[in-house]
Design a protein around this ligand. Structure first.
Ligand code: SAM
Length: 249
């Protein structure tokens, strides 16, 4: 079985595709005190779209949700229609690195757990022109909470995402790129377990049984499991932080 197929078998029909929860999204939204009524919102790397639904519901605005994996977009569309938010949510298969929208199109750009695909700095740079003057950008991003992390997580992240920085370094990056910080806070551990790692761990257990004679598949499953174990051990030294900022120039 090809590694990519196994990866998507692990990552299908999970409530979320990254750490996050409604309480954290609401806390970030509440920091946007100057958001206009019915804001125009772009949700980048929306995945199955739990946060997209919340944004539409809480702001009453229109949300364009983009992702490159069609099955996630289909799941989101179906959920949006089911809960009566279909008219407010438009899904589009677009890559975050080549977004096709006119400059100044959005009052708010939102991205939970996806900016790592481009890199924090590159994403912040690329998306800024799409914001209206004074528009907001809110992202969650993997960050060190400890300036001197132990070897095991340091080595893991040097391979998985070498551009990982401390929260303070990420704040300095956003300021340098012409944003003003509005708020930042770490996601609680529950935001990793409840809707992401717990269901994922359960899925890995089922797939280990299904692919017990497929060494390639088992190796992908072990890699994913290792990430969960690492967080169990070292959640005090890294995690996701919400960075809420505003276009300053
Ligand atoms: C970790 S998941 C987060 C999904 C969702 N925001 C959540 O929190 O559940 C990252 C998402 O980015 C999407 N993605 C990967 N590469 C992308 C790209 N180049 N452009 C847009 N989305 C991309 C993936 O398909 C996936 O849905």
């Amino acid at each position: 079985m090809e590694p990519e197929k196994i990866f998507f078998e692990i990552h299908s029909n999970l409530p979320r595709e990254g750490p996050g929860n409604a309480a954290s999204s609401i806390k970030a939204l509440e920091a946007l005190t100057d958001l206009p009524p019915s804001p125009r919102i772009l949700d980048v790397g929306c995945g199955p779209g739990e946060q997209t639904l919340l944004l539409a519901e809480k702001t009453g605005g229109r949300v364009v949700a983009v992702d490159t994996h069609d099955p996630f977009l289909e799941v989101l569309k179906e959920k949006a229609d089911r809960v009566g938010l279909g008219d407010q949510i438009q899904t589009e298969n677009q890559s975050m690195s080549e977004l096709r929208f006119p400059d100044g199109s959005f009052d708010l750009i939102w991205s939970e757990g996806a900016i790592y695909v481009m890199g924090f700095e590159e994403g912040l740079k690329a998306w800024k022109p799409l914001l209206a003057p004074g528009g907001y950008l809110a992202v969650t991003h993997i960050s060190w909470f400890d300036e001197n992390p132990p070897d095991e997580p340091r080595k893991f992240w040097e391979e998985a995402y070498p551009a990982i920085r401390t929260v303070e370094e990420n704040l300095a990056i956003l300021t340098r790129l012409g944003y003003t910080e509005v708020a930042h806070f770490p996601l609680p551990e529950a935001a990793w377990w409840d809707e992401y790692y717990n269901p994922m761990e359960q899925r890995i257990t089922e797939l280990r049984e299904k692919y017990r004679n497929d060494s390639g598949a088992l190796s992908v499953l072990s890699g994913e499991y290792r990430e969960i174990e690492l967080f169990r051990k070292y959640s005090d030294c890294y995690g996701y932080a919400f960075f809420v900022m505003r276009k300053a120039d």
